[in-house]
Design a protein around this ligand. Sequence first.
Ligand code: DC
Length: 207
Amino acid sequence: MNDRVIAIDGPAGSGKSTVARRVADALGWSYLDTGAMYRAVTVRVLALGLAPDDLESVARVAASCVLDVDDRVIIDGRDVSERLRDDDVNLAVSAVAANPGVRTAMVERQRAFARYQTRGTVVEGRDITTVVFPRAGLKVYLTASDEERARRRGDEDPTSVARRDAADRSRAASPLRQDVDARVVDTTDRTVEDVVEEIVTWAKTLS
Ligand code: DC
């Protein structure tokens, strides 16, 4: 199964979502945006009026929710696709993603998702190369300069992005880090097409 997984990690604004989606399209594989999973749980937690740092209650929501992440993101029967990037979600998602109970529940779902795909899966996030699929057929770490990453985040306040990145890198549970086996791709001065083509070329060597 691991040869049928391309794992992509990197900080916010490194180009992960765009690149991963296009690589999946080029190969005819499925695409999984794991950040959307943590964001959906956060939307649900806020809707339930729970404190994002209430470890036990939030972990219970993550373990018991019915979550479908595809073109639309549906959690417990509600389409939350339009809520995922709202300010309150940007603010609360770091605490939810740092919760070890939440991570255990999400990692299990991410592995199950890949197991059920008949072709292959391109998965992107922060701990995909290091924790979720450490034996993935291809591991990629995307980076870009701070200025370029801030530019790509568009509307979101740069200090909000920086705060989330710092939290993702410094948390105890599965922090963002560059895996030793990952191929590092700096996307700062490159087009999406160019980066996608390089990754697809590597993917073609997978058995
Ligand atoms: O990729 P994104 O910006 O949508 O991610 C949202 C948050 O979820 C961000 O704080 C990092 C976190 N996340 C994570 O901890 N692990 C993942 N595999 C994916 C995202």
